[in-house]
Write a protein that binds this ligand. Structure first.
Ligand code: FES
Ligand SMILES: [Fe+2]
Length: 334
C-alpha cells in the first residue's frame, strides 16, 4: 500500500502525541504524520506545539530548554514565547526590531484525558468523547505513551479483532477453549463509537484479579468494542459484580510504519486498588500485541482483496472500509 500518513485528511483530526505530565515543561520532540514537532509548557500552564526547526539555522527546537515558559534554542539562544513569538535574539543589539519571519507558526495542541492532542490543521473534528470522564463514580488512569514499530492501521485492526485472543494473549486473558467467534452485529455504541457487543469467558489468572476484581479461574465479561475514525478504539468490559472497566486504545501514526500507543482506563471501582496494580495486567496484554505486530512488516493493505477475511474479521474490515473512504476524501481535497 502506498503511504497513508501523508494523506491530508488525517491532518484534520486530533492525535495524542504525549502524556501531559511528561511535558513538564519540555521541550519534547514528537513526530506526527511524518513531521517533527517540539512541544512545551509555557508558564501559564498552556502547551505550545511548533515545527521542530528553528527558523535561524534549523536546529531542532526540542534540543533547547524552557525558562519561565519561554523556549530557548540550543544553537544561538533565540527565545520564543508561548504563542511562537520570537522575543529575543541574543546576538542582536537590543534596540533592533526582531523580524516577523523569526516568529514560529504554532499548531493546535490541547490537553484531554491527561494526554496532549495535536491537530495539524484547524478542523471541526472532535476528540472522542468518554462520558465517564465527568462521572465522579469513575476514576481515570493514564499509562505511558510508548512507541511501537508497526503502523497505526495494523494497531487499529488488531484492537477491533478478538479472534487473536487465544493465540496472542496466552500469558494473560486468552482462553484456549474459546476460539470460535459468534456472528457479530455492528451498530452504534454510546458516545459515538461504532462496533459490536459480545460476551466472553476470559481466563482470570491471579495477575488479573486486581483488574477484574475477582479471583475465579474464568470470569464472564460483557464487552463492547467500537471505533471512531481515524484510529480510536474503545473497549468496555462489564463484570457480573457491576465493575465497569473502560479502555480507550489510542494509536497515532508517527509515520507509515511507526506509531505511538497509549491507553487510558476509566473504572467505577472503590478506588482502593492502586492504579499501578490495575494497569499492570493491561500493560502485559499490550506487550503481547506489540510483540506480535512488530513481527509484521509494512502497513496494512487497505484494499480488502489483498488479505483474506473471514466472518470474525467483520468489525476490523468495517473499520478498514471506512478508513479507506476517509483517505479517499483526503485525496479528493488535495
Ligand atoms: S539555530 Fe536556533 S538560534 Fe540559531
Ligand atoms: Fe490483543
Amino acid at each position: 500500500m502506498s503511504s497513508f500518513s501523508g494523506n491530508p485528511a488525517l491532518e484534520e483530526f486530533w492525535h495524542p502525541v504525549a502524556r501531559a505530565c511528561d511535558v513538564n515543561p519540555g521541550p519534547v520532540s514528537v513526530q506526527l504524520l511524518g513531521k517533527n514537532y517540539a512541544i512545551w509548557q509555557s508558564g501559564n500552564g498552556e502547551f505550545t506545539a511548533v515545527a521542530d526547526r528553528c527558523p535561524h539555522r534549523e536546529a531542532p527546537l526540542s534540543a533547547g530548554c524552557v525558562t519561565e515558559g519561554n523556549l530557548a534554542c540550543a544553537y544561538h539562544g533565540w527565545v520564543f514565547a508561548s504563542g511562537g513569538v520570537c522575543v529575543r535574539v541574543p546576538s542582536a543589539e537590543p534596540e533592533l526590531a526582531i523580524s516577523p519571519r523569526a516568529h514560529l507558526q504554532t499548531y493546535a495542541l490541547v490537553e484531554r484525558y491527561g494526554l496532549l492532542w495535536l491537530c495539524p490543521k484547524t478542523s471541526g473534528e472532535a476528540i472522542p468523547l468518554i462520558s465517564q470522564e465527568d462521572d465522579s463514580e469513575y476514576r481515570r488512569i493514564n499509562t505511558p505513551v510508548d512507541i511501537w514499530q508497526t503502523s497505526s492501521p495494523r494497531l487499529t485492526d488488531n484492537f477491533m479483532d478478538f479472534s487473536h485472543f487465544p493465540f496472542v494473549h496466552t500469558a494473560t486473558f486468552g482462553n484456549p477453549e474459546e476460539t470460535v467467534i459468534p456472528k457479530l452485529e455492528l451498530g452504534p455504541l454510546e458516545d459515538g463509537f461504532y462496533g459490536y457487543r459480545y460476551g466472553v469467558n476470559a481466563s482470570n489468572p491471579s495477575a488479573a484479579s486486581a483488574t477484574s476484581g475477582q479471583a475465579s479461574d474464568i470470569v464472564e465479561r460483557e464487552m463492547t468494542t467500537g471505533f471512531q475514525l481515524p484510529f480510536a478504539v474503545r473497549s468496555t468490559i462489564r463484570y457480573r459484580s457491576g465493575l465497569h472497566h473502560i479502555l480507550l486504545l489510542l494509536t497515532t501514526p508517527r509515520d507509515d510504519i511507526s506509531s505511538y500507543f497509549t491507553f487510558v482506563v476509566w473504572r467505577n471501582d472503590d478506588f482502593s486498588t492502586p492504579a499501578d496494580e490495575i494497569i499492570s495486567f493491561d500493560l502485559a496484554i499490550g506487550a503481547e500485541d506489540k510483540a506480535m505486530l512488530e513481527k509484521i512488516g509494512g502497513t496494512l493493505p487497505l484494499d480488502l482483496k489483498e488479505t483474506v477475511n473471514v466472518q470474525s474479521d467483520k468489525p476490523s474490515v468495517e473499520w478498514r472500509r471506512q478508513f479507506a473512504n476517509l483517505l479517499e476524501s483526503g485525496l479528493g481535497d488535495s
